[in-house]
Design a protein around this ligand. Structure first.
Ligand SMILES: [Zn+2]
Ligand SMILES: [Zn+2]
Length: 162
């Protein structure tokens, strides 16, 4: 196989797999034994940082380790590290900035997909305890949220019968 194809697959594959990793980590670790850190994200934020941010540090360390080992030949490990970093950046921009408003941009981001994503994540935050939460992923969520967004839109802007 072509080297560039392997690198492309390493990057894109890692990016996609990261959604699954983030989902399972959120569901089984963060809402399990890792709740001690994640709890801070389900409570009202008291400062600009929360204990939950340490999970970012963990993923950054994974990314940097891969980049470190792949650096010399810019091989698949380098591109896997970039995939983890790119997913981390996406997560930060959509989850922390767009949904939770930790910085004052991306406020006008609008589409059925992004609206549904925010709605799904708000549903996750309905619970302030370790148990009973829904929607642990970010980019992938139950399709019902998109349907709810669309239905609300139709109610606000009804299509004229002719
Ligand atoms: Zn959670
Ligand atoms: Zn959140």
């Amino acid at each position: 196989m072509n080297t560039w194809l392997i690198n492309l697959l390493a990057f894109a594959g890692t990016y996609l797999v990261m959604e699954f990793v983030a989902w399972s980590n959120h569901k089984y670790i963060m809402h399990g034994p890792g709740w001690i850190l994640h709890k801070s994200h389900h409570e009202e934020r008291k400062s600009i940082f929360e204990w939950n941010d340490l999970y970012f540090v963990f993923y950054a360390a994974v990314s940097m380790t891969l980049v470190y080992f792949g650096w010399e030949n810019l091989d698949y490990r380098f591109w896997m590290g970039c995939g983890v970093a790119a997913y981390g950046l996406t997560y930060f921009l959509l989850h922390d900035v767009f949904i939770h408003g930790r910085a004052k941009f991306l406020r006008s981001l609008r589409s059925d997909y992004f609206d549904a994503m925010r709605r799904a994540h708000r549903a996750h935050h309905k619970t302030i305890t370790k148990h009973g939460a829904v929607e642990f992923g970010l980019l992938l969520f139950n399709r019902k949220w998109k349907e709810i967004i669309r239905r609300n839109k139709r109610m606000k802007h009804p299509v004229s019968p002719n």
